[in-house]
Design a protein. Sequence first.
Length: 213
Amino acid sequence: MQITKDILIIDKPEGMTSHDVVDAVRKKFNIRKVGHCGTLDPMATGVLVILMNQATKLSAKLSCDEKEYICRIIFGSSTDTHDRTGNIVQVCGIKGVTTQLVRDTIMSFKGKQEQTPPMISAKYHKGERLYKLARKGVVVDREPVEIEIKAIDIISTGPDNAEFRIICSKGTYIRTLCHDIGKKLGCGAYMDSLRRIRSGQFCIKDALTLEAV
């Protein structure tokens, strides 16, 4: 669904960066001014709001909208990227981790809190992207950022995993939330999948695949 002639809602596929999607739209319509609202990691899928031409002026406003996701988390180990694409840095197992403990721990993250951005992120440190520093093996101190987890609904739990729906503020790293959940549980955890189903007023039911644009 094309919301206006200058706003497209794309269902981003796994494996593409948000910038890859912007490039694809730019080439398809042969226009120069194209941007997006709210970066999705390459492994994540779902709603990516694409702005074209004069609509790019709305970027700052629309980027501040709350986001809604479906996330799957794996317990028992942690990775350096906080998701399944990274290298495993710790294996603790899940002995003593009960379903009720998992539920209580996930739900304890609801509300306002401070979150430290991961090293594998697009945030800047002294003019350089954190992920570029991480690739060089450099780890720097990062200032915590205030975020808000507005709602969490646990969809399912398994022996070593859980799936939940989450509504959160701008700037929330769901993979870091997964890492922090694992840390609080004492067993480690990482994000296995992430699908954005809403960004502000724009929902996944309104999204087009790149092939359908």
